[in-house]
Every structure is written in C-alpha cells, then in structure tokens.
Ligand binder design. Sequence first.
Ligand SMILES: Cc1ncc(COP(=O)(O)O)c(C=O)c1O
Length: 360
Amino acid sequence: MQHITRRGFAWLAGLSFYNEAALAQLSNIGKLPPGAVKINANENPLGPCREAAEQIARAVREGGRYFFEEAAEFERVQAESEGLSTAQVRVFAGSSDPLHRSVLAYCSVGRPLVVADPGYEAAARAAQFVNAEAVSVPLRADYAHDVREMVKAAPKAGMFYICNPNNPTGTITPRADLEWLMANKPAGSVVVVDEAYLHFCEEPSAVDFVKKGQDAVVLRTFSKLFGMAGLRAGAALGRPDLLGRIASFGMGPLPAAGVIGAHASLKAKGVVEERRKLVRDIREDLFTWMKAKGYEFVPSVSNKFMVDVRRPGGEVVRAMAAKGVYIGRVWPSWPTQVRVSIGTAQEMEIFKRVFAEVMG
Ligand SMILES: Cc1ncc(COP(=O)(O)O)c(C=O)c1O
C-alpha cells in the first residue's frame, strides 16, 4: 500500500471540502415545510421544458446504460449551437465542476484568483484548497466588475473570475470592459466568464474570445433558465489546451438524464425567449411594486436581485422564513442587502405580502 503523506492526506480530506456537495450547496437550507415559497437558490420552478422532460423519461427507462454516445452527441450539439468545434467544448454535470477545476488548474501559490465582491463565492473557496490567494475587488458603483482594479490588484494573477450577469446582483459587466480585460490581463492568466445567467438577458456571450483562440473559458449551465438544477448538465467552452488542463483531473461518465435533457433543451425551439420574457415580466412587475413602496434594490437583468432591508439582512431572512418564504443569503460586504430569486408570478405575490409585513 502506498503511504499517504500529510500533504496527500490534506489533499484527500480537502476533496470533500471543495467538491460538488460542499460547494454547489451554498444555498442548501434543508428540507422545507409543505407550501414553502423557495426563492433562495436562483432555480427555475418550471423545471425542464416539455421536450427535455420527454427525453429524460426515456433516459430513466434505459438508465441501466452508460450512454457515452449521448454525452458525445450533447457535446456536438453544444459546439454547433455556439459555432465552435467539439475540441473547444467539454460537457460536465453542471457548471460548478468546471468552475472548481478551473481554479485548481489555473491558480496556485503565487498565482492568485481574482474575483469581484459581492460575487459567487465558489471559486474563492476552491482557491483556498490549493492555497492560492483569492483577491477580491469591490464591484464598481454601476455594479460591473472593476476590471481595471482587478488587474491592478494582482499582477501575477492565474485566473480572473467574471460572472456575467453577476450573482448575486444580476448586473452586467459591459462588453468593452471584458475586451479591456482580455487585452490587459497579465500574461499566462485565464479569464473565466461564468455565463450561468446569460440566457435571462440580451447581452452578448464572451464565446467569441474562445473562437479567436484567446485565454478565455466560458462556463454554461442548464441549472438556471433550462430548469435542470437537479438533473445536472453544463459545459466549459475554451481553447483545447485550456480545456485539457481542467479535464486532466478526470472525466467520468455523466448523468444520462442530464445529458439527454440538455441536448433536448438546446434543440427545443423558443424556450430561451419564452422563459426570458416570463422572468422579465415577473421581475419588472415586482420592481414597479418595490419602487412604489420605496424599497431600494439593485436593478437586475437576471432571475434574482439584491434588496436593501436597512437592517442586518439575516434578520429579514429569518423573519421571512418563519412565514414560509425562503429567500437567499447575505454577503458580508453588503450586510443590509439580501438576495431574492424570481419564482413564479404566484410565488412573487406571496413574497410581496410577506416582505411588506416583515419590513413593517
Ligand atoms: C454564478 C454561478 N455559477 C455556477 C453555479 C453552479 O451551478 P450548477 O453547478 O448547478 O451549474 C451557480 C449556482 O447557483 C451560480 O450561481
């Protein structure tokens, strides 16, 4: 038997720290009571579209197989829909996995990760695991990533993490800033653009940086607009050598229901436009109501937003939960703001009533 060194043991123990179960579950709030309104994790209450649900039923019936060929087919359709070659696409069970792998591959001691604050925390936690510094730079006053400060803050950066639109704010980092970052980032660093929420807005994708062979990796997920968070499918788009570095941590078989459902979702007509409009209409109705009530919120283009509750945010999160409405979490740098996900129109009516009661 091989000896496991102290360092090796830390690595093994650490795996349980950074893995899916630990990191993708920042929003794990346990089992909820019947009738609870769950608007804490930016999920899509509609679930998979009809076309995906039908194919997923087939995957369940035939689930005794590995379905390797279906994963290859999903990769092909994903590549085709982005105008990329299959060598520029790797499919995963969601986007948390390639996000964590990117940090492990591109960051190390002396090659920091650079993130925005407030931002999605998973990348910084993965950095801890490899003892890479996570340099955090506040969002600009317009809630975009402050790319100039991010570059200034870490001249030896290994990876810049840009979530566009951002989680938790639902705000955009303009195209011109991304172009500036690509042109001015330190040599050898990689820009990872997390487009988990891109489908909810009309912004362009960063995928053209990949097409041009630049040092960029774009992450996509089927957990949000496509309503497949529990089914698991996602993709990393990038130059083959950059994808090779994240694939080197191992590529096991993927969940058939996720792969087959994602493939069907990509092929289904009009799903993105329909769902984008549905979420926008509910969000705009809510924002109109909040403005009329005098609540201050960050103008999001996504399926969640931050609202200023003018007291420690956790108090409002707990008071709402006591009334059956489970909203999202609070970021330490914005202690009086809480994140709220957009649920169904009916759920947001309940949110309005309970929020008004709690705010007093
Ligand atoms: C910005 C962002 N990236 C990635 C993820 C991971 O999602 P998944 O692993 O379900 O694709 C999330 C989940 O909430 C997220 O908000």
